[in-house]
Design a protein around this ligand. Structure first.
Ligand SMILES: [Zn+2]
Ligand SMILES: [Zn+2]
Length: 232
């Protein structure tokens, strides 16, 4: 079956995410747009994923737990997990690599943690738009250890990408899938043999994808989506 997806969007936990990117607004807009699979991927944190997944499930939308990590090399990597429990186990170790620099809301924006009623339950204190003290290859290994899948984000973008920051795809990382940025040309040849994802990277509601890109999967489950993302 064809399932329309948007697997890269930011909630109000990301300092650059619009304050209207609340769990309910994200899920309701995704439902309006007719998306079947979504993922909220905040920078270096997954604190709003559980409420989004709960609300999405209630509307029959499959929510894949994840986040967008910035590695030591300043490369952005989308990290997805089959369950909230897998994500949480990953996050507990991942969090120990944080540099813990205080956020400056006046400069970067607020970082809101919300519940399923869109109430602010906390404001995250450390800045989320900085690198973790974790290399690209160490991150890939840690994601794998937790049964997750790591997908280099916006690989053809001029900053925070594999091409801009590393200049090559490390062979040892065994990457099968990449995210292509629609706003820049794709260098010919380099990513032909990868499964290619096209997401919105939405920071505001209107930017969430229309039902344009789909995954061909056996069934509407995280396991089936993972199989597809692994190129299996
Ligand atoms: Zn990014
Ligand atoms: Zn992003």
């Amino acid at each position: 079956m064809k399932l329309y997806y948007d697997l890269h969007m930011h909630s109000c936990l990301s300092p650059c995410g619009d304050e209207t990117m609340t769990p309910n607004n994200i899920v309701n807009m995704s439902a309006l747009k007719g998306l079947d699979i979504i993922a909220v991927t905040d920078h270096n944190h997954c604190g709003n994923v559980a409420p989004v997944c709960e609300l999405a499930n209630a509307q029959g939308i499959l929510c894949i737990p994840g986040m967008e990590v910035q590695t030591r090399e300043e490369v952005h990597v989308l990290c997805y997990f089959e369950t909230l429990e897998h994500m949480q186990a990953f996050f507990e170790i991942f969090d120990t690599y944080r540099l813990c620099l205080p956020n400056r809301p006046d400069y970067f924006g607020e970082q809101y943690l919300m519940d399923t009623t869109d109430s602010i339950i906390d404001t995250y204190a450390y800045t989320l738009i900085t690198s973790m003290d974790l290399s690209f290859e160490a991150l890939i290994a840690l994601v794998k250890q937790h049964g997750g899948i790591a997908i280099p984000a916006h690989v053809n973008k001029g900053s925070n990408s594999i091409l801009a920051n590393l200049g090559f795809m490390p062979k040892s990382a065994d990457i099968r899938t990449v995210e292509i940025y629609k706003g820049a040309p794709l260098p010919p040849g380099i990513f032909d043999h990868y499964v290619q994802l096209f997401n919105s990277d939405a920071h505001a509601l209107a930017a969430i994808s229309e039902p344009e890109y789909y995954l061909e999967v056996d069934e509407k489950t995280a396991a089936a989506v993972f199989k597809c993302l692994r190129g299996a």
